[in-house]
Each structure stands twice: as C-alpha cells, then as structure tokens.
Write a protein that binds this ligand. Structure first.
Ligand code: ADP
Length: 323
C-alpha cells in the first residue's frame, strides 16, 4: 500500500477531524502518502483530491465538524457518478480509501469497492450510534453530553416554574441519544423510535410525577418517535395536561457541533490508526470499531444489516428510576 485517500461523508459528527488527523499521521508514520477528498463523494466525483501531510492536520484534533467538508451526493447513487469517482481515484493512483461516516456512506463505499480495485475501510462517524460492529460511534458521546448540558439548564427553569418540558433530541430512527440523555438527565419519560408511544400513558405519567411531589417533569423525545417530534407530542398531550404548565424545546443542530470530548478523541485516534492498519493488512469492505475496548473489523454490510437497538435493560432502568 503506497497511497491512500480519506474522506468524510454524510452527517458530520464531532471527532471526524480527530479521526482524519489519526489516519494521516498513522499513514505518514508508515511511509504511505495520503490524499484528502473534499466534500465526501461529491468531491470524489469532481476529482477534488489533494495531498495531506502530517502538518496539514495540525490543530484540528479539538475541532468539531470536518475540515474536509462533507456532503450528501445524489450523483454517487448513479453508476455514471461512481465511474467518475473511480477515474479520479485511478488518476491519483489511490490504492485504499478510508471513509469516515455513517451507514449511508458505508453503503456507498461498499458499492464503490465492488466496481473497482480500490480497497475501502470505514470508520464509524455519526452521532446516532446506529451501526453494528462498534459499541460507540464517533460523535455519540459528545452529542449526548451537549444534549445533557441543555437538559440540565432546562431543569433549572422547569423546577423554578414547576413545569413539564418536552425536549426534542436528535435521532430520526435511532433512540440512542434519547435514551442516554434521558437516563443521564434524570428525565421522567423518554419517547424513542424503537418503542410505540402511548399518549394517554404519557399524560398519566406526567400527572403522577407532580402528584408524587416532583417540582418539574422532563420528557425527552427522539425526533423520530412514532407519536411525532416534541412539538407534536406536546400538542397531542395539551388537552390531557390541562392545569399543567408545559413548554417545548427542540435542541436541533447544536447537538452536532462543538469540540469532541475525550472519549471521542481517543476513539478517533484508535480507529483512524486501525483503518490504516487494516488497509496495510489487505482488508477490504470492513469497518473498524471498538467492541469491549478491543478494536475489531466488521464486514461493512453487517454494520447496517445487524443494527443493535438501544439496550432494553437500559430502557427498563430508565422507567424504574423515573419516580
Ligand atoms: P450517513 O453516512 O451519515 O448515513 P447518508 O445516508 O446521507 O449519510 O449517506 C451519505 C452518502 O452516501 C449519500 O449521499 C450517497 O452519496 C452515498 N450512499 C448512500 N447509500 C448509497 C447506496 N446505496 N449506493 C451508493 N451510494 C450511497
């Protein structure tokens, strides 16, 4: 392996820059050239590749977002688009490609690698933690902590006014951020895409919380819950909550930004390095991930076909402690 390329794709996540730095420096230490691709698969199609040195990734470790930029690419879904990407890889004599992204990016990498000789290795970079083959994806820990910081602030005002708050967190199809921020934030209830929501039951819980003497009530709502986002859930509850003062806050994109926390930085260092090692070992179509503190390689296809839902035991724990 003499020359590799690296790109970030799909939704951005804190820790992507730290992973990029690790890929570049790990390759540099082993005498491998690295090219950075701008704007994910869009940039690959347009041939936006340029060399990265150990110095070009200085002082990015602590930054959120991605210095390479990221994109969603309609063109990459077409054979013609991918052929252009393959020509760009060939023109730069790229032998291996590291893709830092989520399940969509891995699907793209998988398809690409079946159409050319370039080996692909994935690094799980998504705040949603919705990939199989790793305990945590890059950005998840930071995103949950950002949500938690907001929840703690909301608690202050909720308690002062004896209010219920519906707090929307990210997670269109994954309840990982919702469940973890609800447990860590001491929420009364959490609504997740992985389990059906019963509005009557929810209203009952909120009334019960105040009847038991609680001074506030926090309901965490994952944006993809079957009952709707936080605004819709609050609307549906409004009649049943007569007499209970309530407000809604959607945390939105603040959860994506900000400096990666320690766990994401260390994970990024480990996985960026492991991706380069995997390419050197001749691996193709695998994702590197941490499982029980060990770095493991999982076939790309398994990462989206065998997705682990949030731990049921944690859901039950959340329910037990919310009293
Ligand atoms: P994420 O990686 O965060 O899940 P997306 O789902 O938006 O982000 O996927 C990123 C990009 O990966 C898409 O814009 C598209 O270019 C590419 N991609 C996704 N699925 C496929 C597929 N089945 N075939 C080819 N490319 C794909």
């Amino acid at each position: 392996m003499h020359r590799i390329a690296v790109l970030t794709s799909g939704g951005d996540a804190p820790g992507m820059n730290a992973a990029l730095r690790a890929v570049v420096r790990s390759a540099d230490a082993r005498g491998i050239d690295v090219y950075g691709v701008r704007s994910g698969y869009e940039g690959l199609i347009d041939g936006e590749l340029s060399p990265l040195s150990a110095r070009s990734v200085s002082s990015i470790l602590h930054l959120g977002g991605t210095m390479l930029g990221t994109a969603r690419s309609e063109r990459f879904l077409t054979v013609e688009g991918r052929q252009k990407a393959i020509s760009a890889l060939a023109a730069h004599q790229i032998e291996g490609l590291v893709v830092i992204g989520g399940d969509g990016s891995f699907r793209g990498a998988d398809v690409l690698s079946h159409e050319c000789d370039v080996a692909v290795v994935g690094v799980p970079g998504t705040i949603d933690n919705d990939l199989s083959g790793c305990d945590y994806t890059l950005g998840f820990d930071t995103a949950v902590n950002t949500a938690l910081d907001a929840i703690d602030r909301i608690r202050d005002t909720a308690a002062s006014h004896k209010r219920a708050f519906f707090i929307e967190v990210m997670g269109r199809s994954s309840g990982w951020i919702g469940l973890h921020s609800a447990i860590a934030g001491g929420a009364t209830d959490v609504l997740l895409p992985e389990r059906p929501t019963d509005i009557d039951e929810l209203q009952h819980r909120i009334h019960e919380a105040f009847r038991m003497g609680k001074q506030y009530c926090l309901i965490v709502v994952a944006e993809g819950d079957d009952a709707g986002g936080a605004f819709e859930v609050a609307q549906r509850c409004s009649e049943g909550l007569a007499g209970v003062s309530h407000r809604v806050t959607a945390l939105g994109h603040v959860q994506r930004g900000g400096p990666p926390l320690m766990r994401d930085r260390v994970l990024a260092a480990r996985l960026g390095d492991a991706a380069v090692t995997a390419l050197i070992d001749g691996e193709n179509r695998v994702m590197v991930g941490e499982v029980h503190w060990e770095v493991v390689r999982t076939p790309l296809e398994h990462t989206w076909t065998a997705v682990d839902p949030p731990n049921r035991e944690l859901m039950e724990l959340m329910d037990r402690l919310a009293r």
